[in-house]
Design a protein around this ligand. Structure first.
Ligand SMILES: [Zn+2]
Length: 208
């Protein structure tokens, strides 16, 4: 069943006070965070899931002392997390660690120059299908910028909580207006509404 972003209030949500996305204001500034790709994000399958493009494949990130394996990556247009003003596109690298904890690294793209890797994903997209794909998305993982960390949820049903979020505002990451418009034309807007922050702490790091 395709998700209806126009009827989000009706999405089943048996959870409580730690939903995503949220506005990332008033963060606690913390020391630098080590975040590095330790195995390339080699995607092997590209599919139309009805609400976005999903890419399944491998990849691993080391965040601090923890390693997380990539499960899939996908796109939201416009962005879901908001820092100052809404970004054009948000890429989700969805990971799981050895004990099943979910960790999403989200990368915010502003409007500007065309992104060649995302263009390849667009060019290879075939509506209504799932097909083999060979693309390395490692270059989309930023190496400089700000990282916002908080505890939240999946942003699509089942909206499960306990997800570690690392939302990156890179120094330079853009998509063109045409690329953002392509996603909206294909899928409609697919960003979940901002959720209450409640008493959650947001930490902000310099990415290194
Ligand atoms: Zn997502």
């Amino acid at each position: 069943m395709v998700l209806d972003y126009g009827k989000q209030a009706a999405w089943p949500n048996g959870f409580g006070a730690q939903e995503s996305p949220i506005a990332l204001h008033d963060a606690q500034v913390v020391a630098n965070l080590h975040l590095a790709v330790t195995a390339p994000y080699r995607m092997q399958t590209e599919l139309d899931d009805g609400t976005t493009i999903k890419l399944l494949g491998l990849g691993q990130v080391q965040i601090g002392t923890k390693a997380y394996d990539c499960v899939q990556t996908h796109f939201h247009v416009p962005a879901e997390h908001v820092i100052d003003q809404p970004a054009a596109l948000e890429l989700h690298f969805v990971h799981q660690n050895a004990i099943g904890q979910l960790c999403v690294v989200a990368v915010l793209f502003t409007k500007g120059a065309e992104n060649p890797l995302i263009q390849q994903v667009i060019d290879d997209f075939a509506p209504g299908t799932q097909h083999a794909e060979a693309i390395d998305l490692s270059a989309l993982m930023p190496t400089a910028g700000k990282v916002y960390h908080y505890l939240g949820s999946l942003t699509t049903p089942p909206l499960t909580e306990g997800v570690e979020w690392y939302v990156i505002q890179p120094k330079h990451a853009t998509v063109s207006a045409e690329q953002a418009a392509w996603f909206v034309h294909q899928f409609g807007t697919n960003n979940r509404d901002l959720q209450p922050r409640n008493d959650r702490v947001i930490q902000c790091f310099d990415l290194e």
